[in-house]
Design a protein. Structure first.
Length: 217
């Protein structure tokens, strides 16, 4: 495996695991005491991953909240300014392709790896037509212990932790379907052709930010 692909593989594993960890709910089943948290739905993984990989789309969704006056507009303003000051829409952007249900990247190998090192367990439910209808991801006790011990020693992960907590604060209550519907309202996302990378919306965010706050990014 060449170096760039190897780096991507490790980043994918890290990103998906952190999404599962930070967005899962506490879980308790006496028959499986080693399973401590539960995350449901691959769709939700994909949509949260899209927000993590595309800071300009995250900024756009935050602007929508500010327009609705349902959140602290000044706080949102400062968050977006910091995202653009640090050039995250360029430096942190990881492109995703458009498929039938929006932004998507195959994570089967990532899930298989995380399961193989006992950080997660995985199960799925099939309907009468043998189509998978629900996927469940369980965070193990080993995963929690490992993460809690390692995080303080790995400052390079701080951005991921802070960003996931930010996404959770504003959008953590939404289901995968709700996140998908939210993202499909954006023209550049909705009109992207099947198999193409979804275009950035940096210029759109800059324009909308100026209209709302009267300041340039």
């Amino acid at each position: 495996m060449e170096e760039n692909q190897l780096i991507k593989t490790y980043k994918d594993r890290l990103r998906i695991f952190l999404i599962l960890y930070y967005f899962s709910e506490n879980y308790h089943e006496p028959k499986t005491p080693n399973l401590k948290k539960l995350f449901t739905s691959e769709v939700r993984i994909q949509k949260l991953d899209f927000l993590l990989r595309n800071p300009d789309y995250l900024a756009f969704e935050l602007l929508n909240l500010a327009r609705g006056n349902t959140h602290n507009n000044q706080e949102i303003k400062e968050i977006i300014k910091e995202i653009f000051l640090k050039q995250e829409p360029v430096l942190r952007r990881i492109e995703m392709e458009k498929f039938f249900f929006g932004a998507y990247e195959d994570i089967d190998d990532v899930i298989a790896f995380l399961k193989s090192i006992e950080l997660i367990e995985f199960s799925s439910t099939k309907n009468l037509e043998l189509k998978i209808t629900e996927k469940k991801y369980f965070i193990t006790e080993k995963a929690i212990t490992t993460l809690e011990n390692k995080l303080p020693k790995l400052p390079a992960l701080n951005w991921y932790v802070e960003r996931l907590n930010l996404i959770k604060k504003y959008f953590g209550h939404k289901t995968g379907s709700q996140l998908k519907a939210m993202q499909y309202k954006i023209e550049e996302y909705e009109t992207a052709s099947w198999g193409d990378y979804i275009n950035d919306i940096k210029a759109k965010v800059e324009k909308d930010f100026f209209e709302l706050y009267g300041e340039k990014l």
